[in-house]
Design a protein around this ligand. Structure first.
Ligand SMILES: *[C@@H]1O[C@H](CO)[C@@H](O)[C@H](O)[C@H]1NC(C)=O
Ligand SMILES: *[C@@H]1O[C@H](CO)[C@@H](O)[C@H](O)[C@H]1NC(C)=O
Ligand SMILES: *[C@@H]1O[C@H](CO)[C@@H](O)[C@H](O)[C@H]1NC(C)=O
Ligand SMILES: *[C@@H]1O[C@H](CO)[C@@H](O)[C@H](O)[C@H]1NC(C)=O
Length: 227
């Protein structure tokens, strides 16, 4: 019998499937087609995620967004006297700052800048920093100056340790003033402006008291910019 020697001619493909049995295979074929559709969708999804990731990476590398850099450049302190009889601090100080935009592609809008001044942990003054305009645009790779005039008197119930530290600083002629600044900024790339960011800046400045007829040199102090 021919079908018992399949290896002789190599052309034996088994018995033909009877027509009645064919419907049994159809559901199976539909399911595998469904699976392969999901497979394609999955691959498209993964490819999209990779593309978006790549686009973000390239954007980041091209734009290289960074915050500004911030320095205290000048400090002119003419009074910092604490009177224990009425617990009052009389102070008079001008601080000048420089903000530098290191970005090659982004400008920065400074919408609002607020400064608080502390001696040790005691806040003695807050002031809205005077910027050239109320809200101004700083172009890429440029610097702007801002200054804060801190002047007035403040009732501060300081403890004895702090009073003796203040007296020591008075003898040394240099006060350690800690300034905290609150920013509201936006970035601009081309015509697109971002949402508001609120970085905080902390400056530890050693401020010399200006004595009569002598201008003491203030050392430019770099501040920490927190995101
Ligand atoms: C506190 O006392 C000092 C000296 O005793 C005085 O010069 C200063 O004006 C007083 N400050 C206030 C706010 O009264
Ligand atoms: C601080 O800045 C103001 C305004 O730019 C300027 O008039 C003043 O001389 C500066 N102060 C010091 C101590 O450099
Ligand atoms: C300082 O801050 C206090 C509370 O945060 C506020 O009441 C006061 O008006 C501020 N002073 C100035 C000069 O901004
Ligand atoms: C000003 O200060 C410098 C350095 O502290 C000092 O050498 C100089 O004698 C002072 N000049 C006057 C007029 O006090």
């Amino acid at each position: 019998m021919a079908d018992k020697q399949p290896h002789l001619n190599g052309a034996y493909y088994g018995p033909a499937i009877p027509p009645a049995e064919q419907p049994r295979y159809r559901p199976h074929r539909e399911r595998s087609c469904c699976c392969c559709l999901f497979g394609i969708l999955w691959k498209i999804l993964v490819a999209l995620i990779v593309l978006v990731g790549l686009a973000v990476l390239i954007f980041w590398l091209v734009v290289q967004p960074r915050y500004f850099k911030f320095y205290v450049t000048e400090a002119d302190l003419t009074q910092f006297d604490y009177y224990s009889n009425n617990n009052t601090l009389h102070y008079n100080m001008v601080l000048n700052f420089t903000a530098r935009n290191p970005n090659k592609k982004l400008s920065i809008y400074y919408d609002k800048v607020e400064a608080l001044a502390f001696y040790e942990d005691v806040r003695f003054a807050n002031y809205s920093v005077i910027t050239p305009m109320n809200s101004f645009r700083q172009y890429k790779k440029s610097s702007s100056t801002m200054s804060a005039v801190l002047s007035g008197q403040q009732v501060l119930p300081l403890d004895n340790d702090l009073v003796s530290e203040l007296n020591q600083d008075k003898i040394g002629g240099v006060y350690e003033i800690y300034v905290k600044l609150y920013f509201r900024i936006r970035f601009r790339l081309g015509d697109v402006k971002t949402r508001r960011f609120k970085p905080k800046v902390k400056c530890d400045a050693k401020v010399p008291l200006r004595t009569m007829g002598n201008v003491t040199l203030f050392q430019t102090t770099k501040c920490d910019v927190d995101y």
